[in-house]
Design a protein around this ligand. Structure first.
Ligand SMILES: Cc1cc2nc3c(=O)[nH]c(=O)nc-3n(C[C@H](O)[C@H](O)[C@H](O)COP(=O)(O)OP(=O)(O)OC[C@H]3O[C@@H](n4cnc5c(N)ncnc54)[C@H](O)[C@@H]3O)c2cc1C
Length: 462
C-alpha cells in the first residue's frame, strides 16, 4: 500500500484530501492563493496524528502543520512533496476550570471560540489579536503570538501552562500541566512554543485564564513629539499601573493614510499631529478606574504632553478607534505591493531608527517609496509597512536590508511576534549569535533528525 493509502486507513476517507480537491482549498487566510500540498491530512485526535507521523517517519515524508493560515511569514504553506497536516477537525474545548482558571483545548480551536467560551465563566484568555476569528490556539502557540494586550498579559508563552505534542517519529509527549508552579525538571512545553512547528506538532494545550475585567475605557491621544510620546508612556504606566491593557501608537503617516485619507473611517482626531496613541485600561472597579483614567488624561492635556484626546463613550466609538489600527484591508489597498515588517527595539531608540529607515528608503529605493508605521510600543514592537517604488524583487531586498541591518547594533530583533518562517530565515543571523543558531540546529536534529517537520522553515534545511 502506498503511503497515502496507509494514512487513509488511519484517518478515514474524510480525513484525507487528495488530487484536485487540494487546490480548491486556500493556502492563506485571505484565499488569495491555492493549497499546493501533495495532500491534506485531517486527523481527529492526537492518537490518529501519532499514527500518521509514524507512517511519515518510516517513509521520510515531510509534513507542514496548518492552523488558521494567518501566519505572516509563509511558515505554514505546504508545497511540492509536502503533506499539510490540518487541525480543522481538532477543535474541541475539552474543559474549563473556573477555580484553577484553566481551559483545556485542542490545537485547532480558533482563538475567538476560546474567548467566547471562557466569557461565560467570568474569565478571559489574555492573548488577543486581529486574526482572532481565523487563527488557532495551535498556530498561536507555534508562533508564540503576541497581539494587543501583551503589555498586560504577556505573549502566548506566558499564557500556556501545559501542552501536548506529537514528535516527528509519532511519539506523543503529553505535558498537560495545569499548575502555576511546577519546577519538576525541564519545562518541555517551551520547546514547542514559538518553534513554528519545526520541533513537534502541538495537539492540545492548557491555557491560563484571568478574571474578566468589569470596567474598561479607551482613549485616543494626539501627541506632537517623540519626547512627549515617551512622557505619556511613563505617565500612563506609573499612574495607571497594571490597569493598562494596550498602549498602541500610530505614526502620523499611518493615521493620515488609513484613518483620514482612505475615506474608510471617521477620524476621531484631526490630522496634523506626529503620533496617535490608543490607551486602553481594564479593571475591576468601574467608578474608580474611569475616574483615574480621566484624571490622568486631563493632566496630560493640561501639561501639554498630549495635544488632543478623545475618550470613547460607547462600544461603537471604541470599535471605531480600534478599526483604524486594525484595518488590514485598508493597509493592503494603500500599500501593496509592499512589505509588512514586524521588528522590535528599545523604545528610546525608535524615533531615530524610523527617521533613518525613512531617509534611507527614499534615497536608496526612490522618492516615490512609501512607508507607514504603527505598533505595540509598550512591547517594544513596531510594524513598518514599506512600499519601495518602483516595486521589484530587488527593491524588496534592498528595503529588507534597510529595515533589518541596523537592528543588530540597536539590540533589536528581526521578528517581534510573527516568527521567522521562510520569509525571514536569511535575516535570522542578525538577531541570533552563531552559538545560539548552532544550539537551535542541535535541538532540531535531536528531535527531528530526518528534517520532516516544516523543513527549511526557521533554519536552513539540514
Ligand atoms: C489580520 C492579522 C492580524 C495579526 N495580528 C497579529 C498580532 O497582533 N500578533 C501576532 O503575534 N501575530 C499576528 N498575526 C499573525 C498570525 O495571526 C499569528 O502568527 C497566529 O498565531 C497564527 O495562527 P494560525 O492558526 O493562523 O497559524 P498558521 O498560519 O496556520 O501557522 C503558523 C505557523 O505555525 C505552524 N503551526 C500551525 N499549527 C500548528 C500546530 N498545531 N502545531 C505545530 N505547528 C503549527 C505552521 O506550520 C506555521 O509555521 C496576525 C495575522 C493577521 C492575518
Amino acid at each position: 500500500m502506498d503511503l497515502l493509502e496507509q494514512i487513509r486507513a488511519v484517518v478515514g476517507d474524510t480525513g484525507l484530501i487528495t488530487g484536485e480537491d487540494v487546490g480548491k482549498r486556500p493556502a492563506d487566510w485571505l484565499g488569495s492563493t491555492s493549497c499546493a500540498a501533495k495532500a491534506v491530512v485531517r486527523p481527529r485526535s492526537t492518537e490518529e496524528l501519532s499514527e500518521v507521523m509514524k507512517l511519515c517517519h518510516a517513509a521520510r515524508q515531510p509534513v507542514v502543520p496548518a492552523g488558521g493560515l494567518t501566519g505572516l511569514v509563509h511558515g505554514g504553506v505546504a508545497t511540492g512533496d509536502e503533506l499539510q497536516i490540518s487541525f480543522e477537525r481538532m477543535r474541541a474545548i475539552e474543559e474549563i476550570d473556573p477555580i484553577g482558571k484553566t481551559a483545556t483545548v485542542q490545537a485547532g480551536v480558533p482563538l475567538q471560540a476560546v474567548h467566547e467560551a471562557v466569557t461565560e465563566h467570568g474569565l478571559i484568555y489574555g492573548v488577543d489579536l486581529g486574526a482572532r476569528g481565523s487563527c488557532t490556539i495551535g498556530g498561536n502557540i507555534s508562533t508564540n503570538a503576541g497581539g494587543n494586550t501583551v503589555i498586560r498579559y504577556g505573549m502566548t508563552r506566558e499564557n500556556i501552562l501545559g501542552l501536548e505534542a506529537v514528535l516527528a517519529d509519532g511519539t506523543i509527549v503529553s505535558s498537560m500541566n495545569t499548575l502555576l508552579k511546577n519546577n519538576a525538571a525541564y519545562d518541555l512545553k517551551q520547546l514547542f512554543i514559538g518553534s513554528e512547528g519545526t520541533l513537534g506538532l502541538v495537539t492540545r494545550a492548557v491555557l491560563r485564564l484571568q478574571p474578566a475585567p468589569i470596567s474598561d475605557a479607551t482613549a485616543i491621544l494626539a501627541i506632537d513629539s517623540f519626547d512627549k510620546l515617551k512622557q505619556i508612556f511613563s505617565m500612563t504606566s506609573s499612574r495607571l499601573g497594571s490597569l493598562v491593557r494596550s498602549f498602541e501608537v500610530m505614526w502620523s503617516d499611518y493615521y493620515n493614510m488609513i484613518g483620514v485619507e482612505s475615506g474608510r473611517h471617521q477620524p476621531p482626531l484631526a490630522a496634523g499631529h506626529a503620533y496617535y496613541v490608543i490607551v486602553e485600561i481594564a479593571g475591576i472597579d468601574p467608578e474608580r478606574d474611569t475616574a483615574l483614567f480621566t484624571e490622568v488624561l486631563s493632566e496630560a492635556l493640561e501639561q501639554e504632553v498630549a495635544a488632543d484626546a478623545v475618550i470613547a463613550t460607547s462600544k461603537a466609538q471604541r470599535d471605531a478607534i480600534w478599526a483604524i489600527r486594525e484595518d488590514i484591508e485598508g493597509q493592503i489597498k494603500a500599500m501593496m505591493p509592499g512589505i509588512a515588517f514586524d521588528v522590535s527595539l528599545p523604545i528610546v531608540r525608535m524615533d531615530d531608527y524610523i527617521n533613518d529607515v525613512k531617509a534611507n528608503l527614499t534615497e536608496t529605493c526612490g522618492e516615490e517609496s512609501i512607508m507607514a508605521v504603527f505598533g505595540h510600543i509598550g512591547d517594544s514592537n513596531l510594524h513598518l509597512l514599506v512600499a519601495p517604488r518602483p516595486w521589484s524583487g530587488e527593491a524588496k531586498h534592498r528595503a529588507e536590508e534597510i529595515v533589518y541591518r541596523p537592528l543588530t547594533k540597536l539590540n533589536g530583533s528581526v521578528s517581534a511576534e510573527h516568527g521567522i518562517g521562510l520569509d525571514k530565515r536569511e535575516w535570522l543571523p542578525l538577531s541570533r549569535t552563531p552559538e545560539e543558531l548552532a544550539l537551535m540546529r542541535q535541538l532540531k536534529s535531536a528531535l527531528d533528525p530526518y528534517d520532516l517537520l516544516n523543513p527549511g522553515r526557521v533554519l536552513e534545511e539540514v
